[in-house]
Design a protein around this ligand. Sequence first.
Ligand SMILES: CC(C)(COP(=O)(O)OP(=O)(O)OC[C@H]1O[C@@H](n2cnc3c(N)ncnc32)[C@H](O)[C@@H]1OP(=O)(O)O)[C@@H](O)C(=O)NCCC(=O)NCCS
Length: 187
Amino acid sequence: MTPQQKPDDAQILEFTVEDLRAHLREALSIYVEAMGYPKGTVDARAPMWLAHMLRPGWRCVAALHGDSLSGIAYGYTGQRGQWWYEQVRSGLLKTGGEAAASAWMSDYFELTELHVRPDRQGTGLGERLLRSLLRDARSRHVLLSTPEGESRAWRLYRRLGFLDVLRRHQFVGDPRPFAVLGRTLPL
Ligand SMILES: CC(C)(COP(=O)(O)OP(=O)(O)OC[C@H]1O[C@@H](n2cnc3c(N)ncnc32)[C@H](O)[C@@H]1OP(=O)(O)O)[C@@H](O)C(=O)NCCC(=O)NCCS
């Protein structure tokens, strides 16, 4: 067994707005490393994460090894007027019409971010974070978007029963094709 295959001994904690503010750069660094984005993305993304914290239904969980952050997940209640809501709704209107859009989007929790530090991946930590984030979500559905293509994230979402909501969706400003996946809650 390699160290990566051992069951993970991280502590999973619910983070308040103040907790995430205090760990913002560390959390953003995990996001940047996990996604393979350039380091400058930390500064570019900070205002968005700070704004998300103020949205209704915002919840956040973090994985800690001692004092060191090793994973982060957050989301909030999806609502009309939010950029992601409008992008996904317009895609759903084109592919499934109003019925599909309202079936998925009338009451959902948006899983906005889920990231595990690369050297801590592959031990079940992402799944623990996701389960813990969704445990108390009161929405009917959970929705997320992820880049198309084979990845550990895809394996995790499929293992937990996420279904296709939209495939090869093009978000404005991002050339990559994305899948929007969803499932009913509770998990
Ligand atoms: C997606 C991501 C959060 C998943 O977290 P993770 O901790 O790496 O993965 P999981 O929790 O699914 O762990 C499952 C893996 O650990 C292995 N594992 C080992 N011990 C385990 C245990 N005790 N329990 C569960 N899984 C265990 C499983 O075999 C599985 O391996 P596999 O994915 O190769 O099949 C993480 O890989 C990541 O940050 N990726 C980059 C960023 C990203 O894509 N984020 C999502 C954007 S939408």
